[in-house]
Each structure stands twice: as C-alpha cells, then as structure tokens.
Ligand binder design. Structure first.
Ligand SMILES: [Zn+2]
Length: 300
C-alpha cells in the first residue's frame, strides 16, 4: 500500500493541474493515504501506552520517598484536647517521636524532620513552612480526638480517624477541623499570618478546600493504609478515612495526612493512648503504612 502511494505521488507531480486524470490521481492518493493510516492504527501493538501515560511513568521513574515531616499536634501553651489525666500535646509528641525512631531504625536513608521535638508552641503556618522548605515528600500530622463536651454519651465515642484535605461531608468532621485549627487563635498575630483565614468562618473552609487537590490520590492512598493498619494489625476500632479543612493539610505542598489517634474523652481509649505500649502500637501502624506507601510509589 505504501509503495502504491509513492508511485501515485510521483505520477501526480508530473500531471497537468487541470487534467481529469490528475484529479483522479489525487483522489486515489487520498484513499491510499487514509488506508495506510488506518492499517498503522489497527495493527499497533496494544500495550503501547498513550503519550500522557509515558510522561507520567518517566516522571515517576526512580522516584524515592526521601523526606518525611512528622508533626506532633499542639505543644507549649496549646495543650490540645484534654482527657481526665492527659493532654493531647504530650501524647502526640510521644507517638511522633516513636514513629521517627522506628523509621530511623528501619530506613536509615529516609530523612526525618519533626515540627517539634519538645513541649513547645509551634504556629500552624510554621509547621507547613517547615515541610515546604524541606521539600518533603510526605507530611503526617498526629492528633487526638475528643467528643464535644455537651454530646450525649460523650465517654462512648471512640476510634481512630484518618483525614485528608477536602470538603467535609458532615458537620462533625467540620467541628474536628475547627477544633484543630483553633490553635491559630492562640497566636499573637494570627490575622497577619493567615491571609484572612478564620477558623470559625464557614467561608474560610470553602477557600481552604481548593488546596491539596493535586496530591489527593497519594494522600488518600497513605490515609487508607494507616486506617487499615490500625484496624487490621493493631486491631483497634477505626472510624475510617475522612475529609475536612485542616489548615496544616491545606498549606503543605506534598501529600499530607492527619491522624486522630483516638478519643481522650473516652476513658479506655485515653488509658490506651497514654500507655507506652499503646503509643508504640499506634506509631508502628503509621510506620507500616508509610513503608507500604513508599514501596508502592517507588515501584511505579
Ligand atoms: Zn489536635
């Protein structure tokens, strides 16, 4: 077909412009050209990926998860939520440090950056700044939950929740994000540092939810692994993977997840999370999720 096309092409070059045979030749040329095109398309090997896919694959080739930022929620003058005997800031710090220790022991090449390693107050915007400046590959924020003070059966609510950035589907999810974001109000110049973001204003959350969409796939993958590890390996109750407008997740420029380890308003869960072994189990669950996430991404 290709040779026929070439012969016709040569002949057509010697024909008179207004000649009928020249017109015929041109039609034949067109038909031959179309036939060649269709043959090439229909016999193309099926496993040839589209160019977009090729670009994506080459961009991921050799990609390594090198740096993780571990963010222990609250600290210093911000105790976070309060249990009967515990403060959220102390539990989050111990689990964060334990997680870092396990990663360091098993993956010495991974760089670990903490937003805090002591009981000090770190502004929310500073936490995201630390992660962005380090060009981290992953951000994990660790927190503890509490049922609202006026909630009926307050002491009964329990289970871990894993959050990624996004629009909340329930008021309860929004309430948790608002409680966590309220740390901003303890800062001196919060109006200056947050570009008009107000933790109590619903409009602020609409704007915030536009962030992080580019990282949603990876954040969700990591979040699901954390939920699975806590549920299946540590055998603790989980309340699933959810979305809400957490400031620390919105402003980081990498896949980001926030874990609510459990409810300090539930006495049994408070005891578990305040116990050294409980903290090791929770940190191990996050570590295993990280290991699986890293392996998955680096295999692509
Ligand atoms: Zn918190």
């Amino acid at each position: 077909m290709y040779y026929l096309f070439q012969i016709l092409l040569k002949k057509s070059q010697f024909c008179n412009k207004n000649d009928t045979s020249s017109l015929m030749l041109k039609y034949l040329l067109l038909i031959c050209g179309l036939a060649i095109l269709s043959i090439n398309t229909s016999f193309a090997p099926r496993n040839v990926s589209n160019p977009q896919e090729k670009i994506k694959k080459s961009a991921n080739k050799g990609y390594k998860v090198k740096t993780i930022v571990i963010d222990a929620g609250h600290g210093g003058k911000d105790p976070g939520t309060l249990g009967k005997r515990t403060q959220e800031k102390n539990i989050t710090l111990r689990v964060a440090l334990e997680l870092g220790r396990i990663i360091k022991r098993n993956m010495p090449r991974v760089k670990i950056i903490y937003t805090r390693t002591t009981d000090k107050f770190v502004e929310l915007y500073r936490r995201t700044e630390i992660a962005n400046q380090a060009k981290a590959d992953l951000f994990i924020s660790i927190h503890c939950n509490a049922a609202p003070k006026k909630a009926r059966n307050r002491a009964k609510a329990h289970g871990a929740e894993t959050y990624i950035m996004g629009n909340h589907v329930s008021e309860a999810n929004l309430a948790i994000a608002q409680r966590e974001n309220a740390s901003i109000l303890l800062e001196k110049n919060y109006k200056k540092n947050y570009g008009g973001f107000n933790p109590n204003s619903p409009q602020s959350y609409i704007l915030l939810s536009m962030n992080q969409q580019v990282h949603m796939k990876h954040s969700l993958s990591f979040a699901r692994k954390i939920d699975w590890e806590i549920k299946r390996r540590v055998r603790r109750h989980t309340r699933g993977v959810k979305q809400a407008g957490f400031y620390v997740l919105a402003r980081t420029a990498m896949p980001s997840v926030l874990v609510e380890l459990g409810f300090l308003s539930n006495p049994a869960e408070e005891r578990y999370l305040n116990d050294a072994l409980g903290q090791i189990y929770m940190a191990s669950a996050i570590y295993r999720a990280f290991k699986a996430y890293k392996k998955e991404l680096e295999a692509q």
